[in-house]
Design a protein around this ligand. Structure first.
Ligand code: URA
Length: 262
């Protein structure tokens, strides 16, 4: 095939891919970093989703990451991880934050909730999910018979993004090793990701939350349930969205209890 034919074919197939993604509700495609060549792609277990086959994995940003972050043992404590995070300036979010919001909860929690990033109230208090979305999350946790203190709550990024914007790829890349170390240290029975950014960070691919919520996934062998972010529920407080989150949390509770019986 001639070079122009090959180019036309590549353009047609890229167009087809974009239109398939749009039909799936995917409105986010991570941009590769321009700083340097992207690091290796993550090899996650194939969840069997069609999107995975279409190569929708998120490329890791080329942010310099300390090698020790990857060699950390899984039996390090949350305090060790917090100490290593220090007064972090690994990304530009450090410039606008009041304080780091590391996470809080039971060190042996069976369930970990992962949000996107601190908001104004969290930035002020240093605690995750204490604003309006946090109040709703606390109610959601109570609705299945747990208390906030029984679970662990943290975010993908530990510093408030300005104006509560979504964390950018380089910011997620800089903070993600700390999230992963928290999860390895906690080794919960179930991880609940709240909203699209948290879900796609741990799944390693771009997702439409409306498509994946309520469907069991996995992170390093731990069952992971993606559900709607409570801030989304506040904006769209319909019978359907509430029902969806309650259903997801009931499934989480059943999974945790089923494992406890084993
Ligand atoms: N939204 C989040 O994602 N995390 C918080 O801690 C608060 C609001």
């Amino acid at each position: 095939m001639s070079e122009p034919d090959q180019r036309d074919r590549a353009i047609r197939s890229a167009r087809r891919l974009l239109s398939d993604l749009a039909a799936d509700g995917i409105d986010y495609l991570p941009k590769p970093s321009r700083v340097a060549a992207p690091l290796e792609q993550e090899s996650k277990p194939d969840t069997g989703e069609a999107g995975e086959e279409r190569g929708r994995k998120i490329e890791r940003a080329a942010v310099p990451i300390e090698p020790s972050l990857f060699t950390a043992s899984s039996n390090e404590s949350l305090d060790d991880i917090r100490a290593h995070l220090g007064d972090c300036t690994r990304c530009r979010l450090s410039e606008g934050r009041t304080q780091i919001v590391f996470g809080e909860g039971h060190p042996e929690a069976r369930v970990v909730f992962v949000g996107e990033g601190p908001g104004a109230e969290e930035d002020r208090t240093g605690r995750p999910f204490v604003g309006r979305a946090g109040e709703l999350l606390t109610k959601i946790i109570a609705s299945v018979g747990w208390k906030r203190e029984d679970v662990y709550i943290c975010n993908v990024v530990k510093c408030r993004p300005p104006g509560n914007r979504e964390p950018q790829m380089e910011e997620v890349a800089a903070c993600r090793p700390f999230l992963e170390r928290q999860l390895r240290s906690l080794r919960p029975r179930v991880i609940v990701t709240l909203g699209r950014p948290a879900s796609q960070t741990l799944l390693g691919r771009s997702v439409a939350i409306t498509k994946v919520r309520g469907i069991w996934q996995e992170w390093e062998g731990i069952p992971l349930m993606p559900t709607f972010h409570p801030a989304y529920l506040l904006r769209s407080y319909t019978r359907e969205t509430r029902q969806a989150v309650w259903d997801d949390l009931r499934a989480v509770r059943a999974r945790v209890e089923e494992d406890s019986d084993a």
